[in-house]
Every structure is written in structure tokens, then in C-alpha cells.
Design a protein around this ligand. Structure first.
Ligand code: ZN
Length: 100
């Protein structure tokens, strides 16, 4: 796996955590959340200091099944962090800066 992919994946996961916090979601609710970014898997864990961390997991094999329902029009959702936006332009710009 390229380092670049892992970095971006963790950045996206952190961004997701920040957004969830802003929306008032508690750390308990976010705990054990797993993220899949391309072939990288990450999980929210707490370290020995009780701080939330995003840890890269390395499954031997990862198979993702997606049901056809998920492919219905998702609204104006950012493909990276799944944040909902008022319009498609905002959704496209949401995580766009991470790509460069
Ligand atoms: Zn986004």
C-alpha cells in the first residue's frame, strides 16, 4: 500500500471525527468506528492515555459487499467523508483539498 493512501485515509477519518464532534456526537458513540479507504482499514480506538486515536488495521483480507440500495441517489453527500451538503458544488468541494 502506498503511504499517500494511508495518510489521506487517516486524514479523512480525523475529519469525520471532527465533524461528528461538531454535531454533538459523543466519543462513546464514535468508539470502535471502522473506516475503509480503498484497501486500508482504520478504527477509532483509545490509547493508554484515554485519548481517541485512529489506528490503521491490517486485515489479512478485506471483502466489501455493497447492497444495490446504497447506489441510489445519495443526495449531496461528499464521497470522501459522507458529510451531507446543501448542494452538489459544496459536496464536491468538501474534501477536495485533501487530494492535492
Ligand atoms: Zn468531505
Amino acid at each position: 500500500m502506498k503511504t499517500q493512501e494511508r495518510t489521506s485515509g487517516i486524514m479523512l477519518a480525523q475529519r469525520w471525527m471532527d465533524e461528528q464532534r461538531k454535531q454533538g456526537r459523543s466519543e462513546e458513540e464514535m468508539m470502535r468506528t471502522m473506516f475503509v479507504y480503498e484497501d486500508a482499514v482504520m478504527e477509532i480506538i483509545t490509547d493508554e492515555h484515554g485519548e481517541m486515536q485512529i489506528e490503521a488495521q491490517k486485515p489479512e483480507q478485506l471483502v466489501i459487499f455493497r447492497s444495490p440500495e446504497e447506489r441510489k441517489d445519495p443526495g449531496h453527500i461528499c464521497r470522501c467523508c459522507t458529510m451531507e451538503h446543501d448542494n452538489e458544488k459544496e459536496a464536491m468541494q468538501c474534501c477536495a483539498f485533501i487530494d492535492d
